[in-house]
Design a protein around this ligand. Structure first.
Ligand code: ADP
Ligand code: ZN
Length: 740
C-alpha cells in the first residue's frame, strides 16, 4: 500500500480516460480511491477538480505532474461506489467520468455549497450570574434581560433570542465582552422535515405471509450473502411493513439501508412511514430539496449520522460504508431508468451494488417486471409472495365497460359511460370518494380546422399540439413549446375549429358539469406546479374536502386513502397501441396500480375500466387480478419473438439537424458494426425512430438483440464514444425502457 505513489484520476471534463498523477510525499496515505483532488491540467496554470479512481505503484508515462491538494481526510466516494461506477461505465457504454459523476449529487461535486453555520450564544458557566445581574440591572437593563432569558434557555441561537425577546446582537456582543457569555459557530441542519410533525409508530404483528417474507430477507441479512429477493405482493398486502421490519433488523446488525421509490410516489405519506418508525436516522433525497438541504442530507449520510436513505433513483449512490440492505419499491417502474448518460437502471445497478457489498436486495412490486419475475424462475432471485391484502381485505371488484357499445347507444364517443356516471353519483350520495384516472394531461390532443383540415403541429417535433384550455394555449408535449391558441384557422381563417382527443383538463370540465355540487380537484403536472401544491391537494383529498380527484399517473401509485371506494379509468387503451413490445405490460401494471387505490379501508372497492378494446389480454388479466396468467402469456410471446428477457437489447440513437447526415452516419455506423458483430447478436438496419423528429433534431436508430449483448458493449464503446465531435450525436442505450 505504502508504495502507491501514482493516482489515476478522472477529471470533470468529457474525456473518457484516466490520467496518471504523482502523489507528492506529503500527501501519501491521504490520497485514496474516491478522494476529491485538485490537479494541474493543460498548459495554463489552472487547476481542476478530479476524482481518484485507482492507485498504482508506477506509470507508463514520464514527467508526471503532481496532485496539488486533497480535500478532506476521508475519500468522498467510498471504494465500493468507485467500483460500481467502473462497472456502470463498462456495462452502460458511458465514459468513466460520467459514471463517477453519477455517484455524487451535483451540489457536492460543485463544491460551492457549504454547511450552514449559525451563531449560538450560551452562558459562561464560571460567571457568578446572580451578582452580575444585580450589578447591571439598572445600568444595562437589556443585558440583564438577556441573562435572565439565557438562565431559562441555557443556550440558544442568537437569532432566536432576538426573535423571542427583542434583544439585539449588539447586546449579546457586549455580554461576551464582559465574559458572561460565549458565542459559537454551530453547524445547523437544513431540515426538509422542519414543518412536519410525525407520529412515531411501532412494528405491527405480521401475517404469516409477511412473516415468511421477512424471514427470507433477514436470513440473507444475517448470512451477508447478497441475495436478491423479489417481493411480489398485491396492492395493500403490507409490503412496506416488511421493508420496515427488515430495515429494523439491518440496523440491529449495525448496517445501513437504502430504500428506492419512484420519484412520483415519493410523497410525504411515504416518507412519513419511514420517519415514523425510525425518526432522525432517516435521510430523504429527492428532486424537491433545495441545494442546501440536499447537501446536508448527503453529508449526514457520508458522516454516518443517518443510517437509512429514502429516495428516488440516485439515492442508490448514498455513500454508506456498511450497507446491509437495498429495497427497490415498485421495481417495475420505468422511472428507475435514467434517460441521459449514464443510461442506467437503478433497479439493476442496485442488484450489482448488492453483489459488490454483500448487501441483501429486495425488489418489491404488485406487478413485477417480466424481467425480474423471469429471474425468480431461473433461480437468480428468490421469490417471496404476499397474495392477499392485509386483514383479508378484498381486492376491489373490477368491471369493464365497452365504450364501443356506449358510443353506439348514445350516438358518439363518451367520456363518462352511464355506468361510471351512476356509480359516481352513488358515491357522492354516500359521502365516499372517487379517483378518476387518465394518463394524459391537457384539454384536447388535437386542434383541427373542419374546413381545410389544418392541424396545428409543432415544427420542431412533427407532433400535434395539445390544447390547454385554462391557459388558452397550444403546448407541444414533446418539447414544451407554447403558443397562443388561435381563434380561427391560421390556414384558411375559418372559425370552425374542432378539438379532439381528451386529456385530464377536459375530464375535469365535463365532470364539473355532470356533478355541479361536487368538489373536484385535478392532479397532473399542469396543476402541480408549486412546491407544496402536491401536499395541499393530497391533504384536501385526505380530509374529505375533495370528493372527486382526477389525475394522471401522478395519482396511480402509493396513495392510501381508505375512503376511496371507486376508481374510474377513463380510457384504458391509451397506452396499448404504441410501438413498444412492453405496451401490454405497462398497461397491465398501470391498471393494477390504479385499481389498488380503491377499497383500502373497511369498505369494498369498485373499479370501472372504460375501453374500446375490451378483449386485450392486458385488460382481461388486470380485470382478473391475475399477474401469473398475464406473465405466462407475456413470457411466451417474448421468448417466441426473442425480446427481453429472452434476449438482451440495445438501442443506438443518432440525432442531428440535417436528416441526410443523420441517416448517413447511421448507415456508416451500421456497416462498421456488422463487420465485427458476434454471430449471436442481430442488428437491425438503421431506420427513422418511431419519434422521427424531436426538438428540431432528426432521429434514427439501430436496435441490437442477442444472447450476450454485454460482449458487444466494448465494441459499441469504441464505435460510439470516438465520434462525439461530429454533427451527428450518437448515443447507446443498453436495456432500453423506451423504444421511441
Ligand atoms: P403495500 O405496500 O403492499 O401496498 P402497505 O404496506 O401500504 O401495503 O399496507 C397497507 C396497509 O396495511 C397499511 O395501512 C399498513 O399499515 C397496514 N398493515 C400492513 N401490515 C399490517 C399488519 N401485519 N397488521 C395490520 N396492518 C398492517
Ligand atoms: Zn415540439
Amino acid at each position: 500500500m505504502g508504495s502507491d505513489c501514482i493516482a489515476k484520476v478522472v477529471i470533470n471534463l468529457s474525456l473518457d480516460r484516466e490520467f496518471d498523477y504523482l502523489i507528492p510525499e506529503a500527501l501519501r496515505g491521504h490520497v485514496r480511491v474516491g478522494s476529491r483532488v485538485l490537479i494541474p491540467f493543460g498548459r495554463g496554470k489552472g487547476e481542476r477538480v478530479g476524482y481518484v479512481v485507482g492507485l498504482a505503484e508506477g506509470s507508463a508515462y514520464p514527467n508526471l505532474k503532481s496532485i496539488v491538494h486533497v480535500e478532506g481526510d476521508r475519500e468522498q466516494i467510498p471504494q465500493n461506489l468507485v467500483n460500481l461506477a467502473q462497472w456502470m461505465a463498462g456495462y452502460y457504454c458511458c465514459s468513466r467520468e460520467q459514471a463517477v459523476r453519477a455517484t455524487l449529487p451535483a451540489v457536492v461535486r460543485g463544491g460551492k455549497i457549504k454547511p450552514k453555520k449559525q451563531k449560538v450564544v450560551c452562558l459562561n458557566p464560571e460567571a457568578d450570574l446572580a451578582t452580575e445581574i444585580e450589578l447591571i440591572e439598572k445600568r444595562a437593563p437589556k443585558q440583564a434581560a438577556a441573562l435572565h432569558a439565557l438562565v431559562r434557555l441555557k443556550s440558544c441561537l442568537v437569532s432566536k433570542l432576538e426573535y423571542e425577546t427583542g434583544i439585539g446582537r449588539d447586546v449579546v456582543a457586549r455580554l461576551e465582552k464582559r465574559g458572561l457569555v460565549t458565542i459559537l459557530d454551530q453547524t445547523v441542519q437544513r431540515d426538509p422535515f422542519a414543518q412536519d410533525t410525525i407520529l412515531p409508530t411501532t412494528a405491527l404483528e405480521l401475517s404469516a405471509d409477511q412473516e415468511r417474507s421477512l424471514r427470507m430477507v433477514t436470513d440473507s441479512l444475517e448470512a451477508r450473502d447478497g441475495q436478491v429477493i423479489l417481493l411480489h405482493g398485491v396492492t395493500g398486502s403490507g409490503k412496506t411493513e416488511v421493508y420496515l421490519q427488515a430495515i429494523a433488523r439491518c440496523l440491529e446488525l449495525e448496517r445501513q439501508a437504502i430504500v428506492l421509490v419512484p420519484e412520483i410516489s415519493l410523497t410525504p405519506q411515504t416518507v412519513e412511514r419511514f420517519r415514523g418508525r425510525f425518526g432522525e436516522t432517516v435521510s430523504v433525497m429527492h428532486s424537491g430539496l433545495s441545494d442546501g438541504e440536499r447537501f446536508d442530507e448527503w453529508s449526514r449520510v457520508s458522516q454516518g449520522s443517518a443510517a437509512i436513505v429514502v429516495g428516488a433513483r440516485s439515492a442508490l449512490f448514498a455513500p454508506f460504508r456498511k450497507l446491509g440492505l437495498i429495497v427497490v419499491d415498485e421495481e417495475h417502474e420505468t422511472t428507475y431508468k435514467q434517460d441521459e448518460a449514464p443510461r442506467y437502471n437503478a433497479r439493476d445497478v442496485a442488484v450489482v451494488r448488492g453483489k459488490l457489498e454483500k448487501a441483501t436486495v429486495v425488489l418489491g412490486s404488485a406487478t413485477p417486471s417480466v424481467e425480474s419475475y423471469a429471474n425468480t424462475e431461473n433461480g437468480k432471485y428468490k421469490l417471496a409472495e404476499l397474495p392477499v391484502r392485509v386483514d383479508n381485505c378484498r381486492l376491489p371488484k373490477m368491471e369493464l365497460v365497452d365504450m364501443r357499445t356506449e358510443a353506439a347507444l348514445r350516438g358518439g364517443a363518451q367520456i363518462f359511460s352511464s355506468r361510471l356516471e351512476a356509480l359516481i353519483r352513488d358515491r357522492l350520495a354516500r359521502g365516499e370518494q372517487t379517483i378518476l384516472f387518465l394518463n394524459r394531461r391537457g384539454y384536447a390532443t388535437q386542434m383541427m380546422c373542419t374546413l381545410c383540415g389544418f392541424v396545428a403541429t409543432c415544427d420542431e417535433c412533427n407532433l400535434a399540439y395539445t390544447y390547454h384550455r385554462r391557459d388558452k394555449q397550444l403546448v407541444c408535449h414533446m418539447c414544451g413549446a407554447l403558443r397562443p391558441a388561435p381563434e380561427c384557422c391560421p390556414a384558411c381563417s375559418d372559425k370552425n375549429i374542432r378539438y379532439t382527443g381528451l386529456g385530464t383538463e377536459k375530464v375535469e370540465s365535463v365532470a364539473s358539469m355532470l356533478f355541479p355540487k361536487a368538489t373536484i380537484d385535478r392532479m397532473d403536472s399542469d396543476t402541480m406546479t408549486r412546491k407544496d401544491s402536491y401536499r395541499k391537494a393530497l391533504n384536501a383529498f385526505r380530509s374529505g374536502r375533495t370528493h372527486i380527484l382526477i389525475g394522471t399517473q401522478m395519482i396511480a401509485k402509493g396513495l392510501h386513502f381508505p375512503n376511496v371506494t371507486l376508481v374510474g379509468v377513463i380510457f384504458a387503451d391509451l397506452g396499448l397501441h404504441i410501438p413498444d413490445f412492453r405496451a401490454g405490460e405497462r398497461t397491465f401494471q398501470l391498471l393494477t396500480q390504479v385499481a389498488g387505490r380503491a377499497g383500502r379501508g373497511d369498505m369494498a372497492g369498485h373499479v370501472v375500466i372504460q375501453s374500446y378494446t375490451p378483449f386485450h389480454p392486458a385488460l382481461q388479466h388486470a380485470l382478473g387480478h391475475d399477474f401469473h396468467a398475464f406473465y405466462k402469456e407475456e413470457i411466451e410471446m417474448r421468448n417466441m419473438l426473442n425480446f427481453p428477457p429472452k434476449a438482451h437489447m440495445a438501442l443506438i440513437h443518432f440525432r442531428g439537424q440535417d436528416e441526410r447526415r443523420v441517416s448517413e452516419a447511421a448507415e456508416r455506423f451500421h456497416a462498421g458494426l456488422v463487420a465485427q458483430l458476434p454471430v449471436e447478436v442481430v442488428a437491425s438496419p438503421p431506420a427513422p425512430s418511431p419519434m422521427a423528429k424531436a426538438r428540431g433534431l432528426f432521429r434514427f436508430q439501430i436496435s441490437l438483440r442477442g444472447g450476450n449483448i454485454v460482449a458487444v458493449s466494448r465494441l459499441l464503446r469504441q464505435l460510439a464514444l470516438g465520434r462525439r465531435q461530429s454533427e451527428v450525436e450518437i448515443s447507446v442505450d443498453i436495456d432500453p425502457q423506451s423504444l421511441l
